[in-house]
Design a protein. Sequence first.
Length: 267
Amino acid sequence: MWNPRENSDYENMQYVRLRAIEWASWPIFVSQPIAPIALLFFPWWKVILFILIAGFFWALLIRDFLIVPMLAYVGSLIVYLKWLACPITAGILVFSGSPRIAVLALLWPLLASVMPLVIFPFKPPRLGDIEMRFMQSLGYEPALKDWCMAARQLRPNEQLKEGFVTWWPFKKTIEKRLIRSFETGLREIQVSLYMRLRSQYSATMAEEPAGLLAAQVVNYLKGEDIAAVIENSAEPLKTQIGRIKDHIPESAAKAMAESRSTREVVV
């Protein structure tokens, strides 16, 4: 099981992003080593129909309401069995006189990669929300919570949809595509600034308060009202931020003075 305390912020962000993408269509994702075997026993159209129905009900009833980190972790390991299941099943089907079904079994991972596009137009994934839930379930939520909120709320009255559906031709305008590109870049810049400040502060204080101070300095530089952040935070985060609030403006000013790139990002 993934432990965020044993990995860097960059590695944690990568892990959460990958698990969120997989979770968006998890039944289809884990079907890669399973469906080829099912083709040995069931008609091909029934296998495809069953996987699509499972994916649709997953998106409708489970994906946005429940996160099971262990299930996501196990799924990311099980899927590697496709490298054995697909060619072996294809070989069996060829020798049993079903070459066309054998091709389907061999190329099932490719089919699984496009099947979500059938479902997402009806129920688009909110990868930002899924990422946040993964962070919370892994105990990695405090430092990045506000950034995920900002990334999902770039426009106050328009929740941006992330994932594969973002380039679906009937759902996406050029304006939204540009906004999403800017949104992604902004989040990466914020995480990069947080990591740099955290590394800097860790030289003079413990790792946990260093991370907390770095996160709030980034919030301050973004124009966040620290008093409002404290008010809206739950315990023990509320108390922890309250203890360092007097140091935040000074640390932010120092970060601005030391780095031209930081000044450019803030502007």
